[in-house]
Design a protein around this ligand. Structure first.
Ligand SMILES: NC(=O)c1ccc[n+]([C@@H]2O[C@H](COP(=O)([O-])OP(=O)(O)OC[C@H]3O[C@@H](n4cnc5c(N)ncnc54)[C@H](O)[C@@H]3O)[C@@H](O)[C@H]2O)c1
Length: 388
């Protein structure tokens, strides 16, 4: 029986809430995972922190993340803060002998991601592990699609077509939140949601992007400073700040296996809330996934006669589909939050068995290099930028 792992979580916003949910449920549904205790939640504002601790189910609070890392009873640091803090927290935690799970994108630039990966490499030699939280890998339909592709069901892969579309900042009066500032977020839609489809594409195909050609665009270059947003009425022109990240990113790429990819990440696709979709076409067939129907995978088998061929729906809720056996009977669908429970399950099993959980920081670093290459290609107007 492995010992209870005590968790310190830094950040209590959107991801803090989702990770808390996953930590509350992982031992209930995956009883083979080591037991976890939600020991301490950390944030900067005492009042909001106390409320989050109570609502999410944490035992203690702390306003200084360095004190969380210094605690000898903490085994795991869960990083749910904005990108500008990932490197400093993760490196300090790994050096202090804590396992680390860090939200994506791994860092705000390649240099930080390299330092984090070096720290993770050193820690792994001592049985201390780090993982980056690309949760879409843990959607059962996508994990099953990966298994089908790895088993050769699609044959030679020719195309990957991936989109991640949102619309939450179309209103020019939407305030300048941290996600719109380069020093805090690293990049805009590119790193925030583009990173997910880059990871998903590489995960599905088992192949890295080796070169890219990108365009990025900022449609709204100035926005009201946070606090000035009035929702329905126009904000005044005073109290505005500069948007320093992309609003949309589009790129093509080539994979090491020879396939071509097209990618679109935007926060300006009116009507699209969290529309992540990906299609893979190969010599023997195709697979299509759309997150809004996340329990389904569309599969076309191109080896059967064309009269009866066509996309058919696989409802990935059978006990044999990845992760699903832990949940409900077939056909009783699961949702967004379950992907994070799966993520923690894989992370905890890696820690318990002393096997590197994936995606590793090295995987996160590679995604960061792709993001960097897309930005370089767009800024230099280069049609072919190598990922290095
Ligand atoms: N996996 C996903 O699908 C997904 C979705 C959304 C966000 N994210 C990632 O999760 C991370 C956090 O995003 P979010 O949406 O939760 O943001 P958020 O703004 O909702 O929350 C960020 C939290 O970090 C805290 N924080 C910031 N600096 C801190 C510091 N120095 N010390 C302690 N706390 C600090 C803030 O107080 C807040 O609680 C980002 O890296 C983001 O890209 C991942």
């Amino acid at each position: 029986m492995s010992k209870t792992l005590r968790v310190g979580m830094i950040g209590y916003g959107f991801m803090g809430k989702v990770h808390s949910h996953a930590l509350r449920s992982v031992n209930r549904f995956f009883p083979d995972a080591p037991a976890v205790e939600m020991t301490v939640i950390c944030g900067r504002s005492t009042e909001a922190l106390n409320s989050a601790a109570k609502t999410f189910g944490w035992l203690e609070t702390e306003t200084d993340w360095k004190k969380v890392i210094a605690r000898p009873d903490i085994d795991i640091i869960d990083i749910c803060t904005a990108g500008d803090t990932h490197a400093e927290i993760a490196i300090a935690a790994l050096k202090a002998g804590k396992h680390v799970i860090c939200e994506k994108p791994l860092a705000n630039n390649v240099q930080e991601a390299e330092a984090m990966t070096a720290a993770a490499h050193e820690a792994a030699a001592k049985g201390i592990f780090a993982m980056v939280a690309f949760n879409y890998r843990r959607v059962p339909a996508l994990a099953f699609a990966r298994d089908m592709i790895a088993a050769g069901k699609l044959g030679t892969i020719y195309h990957v077509r991936a989109n991640y579309l949102q619309d939450w900042i179309i209103d020019p009066e939407f305030p300048l939140v941290w996600r719109l500032e380069k020093d805090k977020a690293g990049s805009g839609s590119l790193g925030d949601i583009g990173a997910h489809i880059i990871d998903a594409a590489q995960f599905l195909t088992g192949s890295h992007l080796t070169s890219v050609s990108g365009r990025i665009k900022t449609f709204i270059t100035e926005r009201p400073l946070p606090g000035a947003y009035t929702g329905l009425t126009a904000a005044t022109t005073s109290g505005k700040g500069k948007v320093t990240v992309d609003d949309a990113a589009i790129f093509t790429g080539e994979f090491e296996n020879g396939a071509l990819g097209t990618f679109e990440a935007t926060r300006f696709a009116a009507g699209r809330k969290n529309a992540m979709s990906i299609e893979v076409n190969g010599s023997k067939g195709s697979l299509y996934f759309n997150f809004e129907d996340m329990n389904e995978l569309l599969y076309h088998d191109h080896t059967i006669s064309s009269e009866s061929a066509g996309f058919r729906k696989i409802l990935t809720t059978d006990g044999g589909h990845p992760y699903v056996n832990a949940w409900w009977p077939p056909g009783h669908i699961i949702g967004y939050e379950h992907t994070f429970t799966h993520e923690f399950y894989d992370f905890l099993m890696g820690v318990a068995k002393k096997v590197q959980p994936t995606p590793s920081f090295a995987d996160g670093l590679y995604v960061q290099k792709v993001l960097d290459a897309v930005e370089a290609s767009a800024n230099n107007n280069s049609i072919n930028t190598n990922v290095k």
